[in-house]
Write a protein that binds this ligand. Sequence first.
Ligand SMILES: [Zn+2]
Length: 121
Amino acid sequence: MTQNGPEAAIGEGRLVLTRAAEDWQNRLMAIFIIGKSKCSLCGDAIASDQKRIATTHFIESPSHPLWRFSDSNMHYDCFQNWAMREDFVSLYNSTIGRIRWGNGTRHEMAIDGEVRSVPAA
Ligand SMILES: [Zn+2]
């Protein structure tokens, strides 16, 4: 086998996969700019000293009622009082929360919105 044979093609395939994984990881959290980013629940800016909840884009369909919250920042306190909180957490855990990451963990969202890395089953 030479470097120009099938091995090289497989190597290239791996490289593409690695890049895709990095892109995905870079998009994991919604963009957040201190004092500029607004809470998707109340519409007010989120200050640097305010605890917040942020997720990646994990709801594909724009017609889903929770879609606009899936790549957004929310005040932690607003999130606790949100009527759709349990549905949001459940949806997160049944979609992105099931992904097993390369280090053998998955991301689990607690009922208060905090996301933790836990060992994947
Ligand atoms: Zn808010």
